[in-house]
Design a binder for this molecule. Structure first.
Ligand code: ADP
Length: 496
């Protein structure tokens, strides 16, 4: 009897497998870390075989742990670290080089060269993305240009390229499936998000032969089956999406204007903008949210570089807290930040300021300032930065945000969410299950394998764990945001 869905959540530092029941409850979780490889400053790689072996081990162990059988599994949903690339030999399945990870900056000069050639707008208009090493295209080009014999092999159709979802499907299916979904394709910088096809002009620009590309499919649908020799059974692979898009789906943000924020090391905000892509030059990225039933939904995406990382700084750098969770306990010892603001511009600032030369500041200190104020102000900075991105999204789309769904490690902090609600003037909702990324992959798979009839069906599963409602008026909000912006203005262009 089938009763579960298996989600593979392949992240930047670990591979996890989570088994969900139909109601979206977690039945089993197994997580395996794998090594990070830093060959040079600014370079980040993973061993694709380590990704695969940790993922498959997590898969079988998750099932074994509950004494489950494969015939109890409806299907597999995959969600993954985005933009990371693998290139492998079509015949042997052996990677020609390590995976080049999204964080890797090795192609910064190459991207700058393209920028100087005036290609920013062309790329933005076709892909919705910023011309940056972050996305896959320049990483694939680097492998073809720098691995001996790779280009010749690629031209002869002997190589395959894939983002991590594609690599996992290839391995799972014993080399039968070479495919990706719309969300992952939309992060490669080679995919035209209007025509929903690989873009010939961009392929030529980056020097990438079409033969190495995977087939692009809807995020929910049968991609193929696992090979019985590998997994012990033929299980349908029924859903695939990049991690942030999967979280948007897992949060049931199915309607235009629905928005989620993931408070992790950094913060990732995605807003569903409906079935038409909207390209902006505000620094927000336009991306595919998912493709289901012949339709595609788009999203605007904005990120904050330093979010939970500011709490790590309080813990490891300033040593004013012992654990991240302590931040709430101490912050509650004072009624407010006592006029102190922290702008954690440790690596410059992203949207809406876009200043790589900004550096962090603590401002508004008086003789009355104590460590609780500092901790509270640091927590508040996470909410202010989120509010900045949301303001930009509202401006770019004309959509007024009504309600924010939240997840990620720091969303456990009630004081943060309560302040977030006050500063936005809208409700903030934390679901019971904050494993929204894996849940999104499971839902996409559940739709394809008949577990759910529609997104309405999935919405019935949604259980909100906590809701935070605003307690302040708009005058308070305006004054607070103005003070925040003033603080930010003091830290801009510091390193110039
Ligand atoms: P990532 O996936 O980016 O590694 P997580 O979603 O696991 O991040 O969240 C971890 C981050 O959240 C860390 O930066 C940590 O400092 C922060 N964090 C965790 N718990 C809390 C908390 N209770 N209050 C504030 N920040 C927290």
């Amino acid at each position: 009897m089938k009763k579960y869905i298996m989600a593979l959540d392949q992240g930047t530092t670990s591979s996890r497998s989570i088994i969900f029941d139909k109601a979206g409850n977690i039945i089993s979780v197994v997580q395996r870390e794998f090594p990070q490889i830093f060959p040079k400053e600014g370079w980040v790689e993973h061993d694709p075989m380590a990704i695969w072996s940790t993922q498959i081990a997590a898969c079988t162990e998750a099932l074994t742990k509950i004494g489950g059988e494969w015939d109890e599994i409806y299907g597999i949903g995959i969600t993954n670290q985005r933009e990371t690339v693998v290139v492998w030999d079509r015949k042997t399945g052996v990677p020609v080089y390590n995976a080049i990870v999204w964080q890797c900056r090795r192609t910064a000069d190459y991207c700058k060269e393209l920028k100087d050639r005036g290609l920013t707008e062309l790329i933005r208009n076709k892909t919705g993305l910023l011309l940056d090493p972050y996305f896959s295209a320049s990483k694939v080009a680097w492998i073809l240009d720098n691995v001996e014999g790779a280009r010749e092999k690629a031209e002869c159709g002997e190589l395959c390229f894939g983002t991590i979802d594609t690599w996992l499907m290839w391995k799972l299916s014993g080399g039968k499936v070479h495919a990706t979904d719309y969300t992952n394709a939309s992060r490669t910088m080679l995919f035209n998000i209007h025509t929903l096809e690989w873009d010939k002009e961009l392929l030529e620009l980056f020097g990438i032969p079409e033969s190495i590309l995977p087939e692009v499919k809807p995020s929910s649908g049968i991609f193929g089956y696992s090979d019985a020799k590998i997994l012990g059974a033929e299980i349908a692979i029924g859903g695939v999406a990049g991690d942030q898009q999967a979280a948007l789906f897992g949060q049931c943000c199915f309607n235009p204007g629905d928005l989620k924020n993931t408070y992790g090391t950094g913060a990732f905000l995605l807003m569903n903008i409906g079935e038409k892509p909207q390209i902006t030059d505000s620094g927000l990225v336009t991306t595919i949210a998912w493709g289901i039933d012949g339709k595609v939904n788009y999203a605007l995406e904005g990120s904050v570089f330093v979010c939970g990382a500011a709490i790590q700084w309080l813990r490891d750098g300033m040593r004013v807290i012992e654990s991240a969770a302590d931040s709430e306990y101490y912050a509650k010892k004072v009624p407010d930040s006592g006029g102190v603001l922290v702008v954690p511009a440790f690596q410059g600032l992203g949207a809406p300021y876009w200043d790589p030369y900004a550096r962090g500041i603590i401002i508004g200190i008086t003789r009355a300032t104590n460590k609780y104020h500092l901790i509270r102000a640091t927590l508040e900075s996470m909410a202010y930065q989120t509010a900045d991105v949301i303001e930009l999204m509202e401006k770019s789309t004309g959509i007024k945000v009504e309600g924010l769904m939240v997840d990620g490690g720091a969303s456990a902090n009630d004081l943060l969410l309560s302040f977030q609600s006050d500063i936005l003037g809208t409700s903030v909702n934390r679901p019971e299950c904050i494993e929204t990324t894996a849940l999104g992959a499971a839902y996409l798979c559940g739709l394809a394998t008949g577990v759910y009839e529609s997104t309405d069906d999935i919405k019935n599963n949604r259980r909100i764990g906590a809701t935070f409602e605003p307690t302040k008026d708009s005058a308070w909000r305006d004054e607070k945001m103005a003070t925040w912006k003033k603080a930010v203005s003091r830290c801009l262009a510091w390193k110039e």
